[in-house]
Design a protein around this ligand. Structure first.
Ligand code: ZN
Length: 146
């Protein structure tokens, strides 16, 4: 049975929502997409006018999964500074596991910690501002916003 659906989110664009109760530690999705270098992914997104890098998921070896190519519903996961899901890297693949029990209808969130290789000017910072409204909000989706 399907665990999640994608629909409009009140936080940002589309979001991923539970359609049945999920247990803590349940593996919900694999983050699918094309594996490319960060540089190629950014170049492609600039060429195609895709805003931001929120479809990009960084792997520990420096490459990224580009969810805009061959991706699945995991690319619609929104960021929260108090997420209810975590991302687990396993053999070069990324999985989304729940951190706690989740009720049907709740939106699933992960923490992005995006890393950029370009200079962090104000335009970049603005593009990645966080609006999750958590009391411990870092105000940014970037790992190195400082
Ligand atoms: Zn936040």
């Amino acid at each position: 049975m399907k665990r999640v659906i994608v629909r409009q989110s009140s936080v940002h664009g589309k979001g991923v929502f539970a359609v049945r109760p999920l247990e803590a530690g349940e593996r919900v999705l694999q983050y699918k997409g094309e594996i490319v270098s960060w540089r190629n992914a950014v170049r492609r997104h600039q060429r195609e006018g895709i805003e931001g890098h929120t479809f990009l998921f960084g792997l520990s070896d420096g490459s990224v999964i580009d969810g805009s190519r061959g991706g699945n519903s995991a690319r619609w996961l929104n960021h929260s500074c108090t997420p209810n899901c975590e991302t687990v890297e396993d053999n070069g693949r990324i999985f989304i596991d729940t951190l706690r029990a989740i009720e049907p209808g709740e939106e699933l969130f992960i923490e992005y910690f995006l890393v950029t290789d370009g200079p962090l000017d104000d335009g970049v910072r603005t593009q990645y501002v966080c609006r999750c409204a958590s009391s411990v909000c870092r105000q940014s989706l970037l790992a190195d916003a400082g």
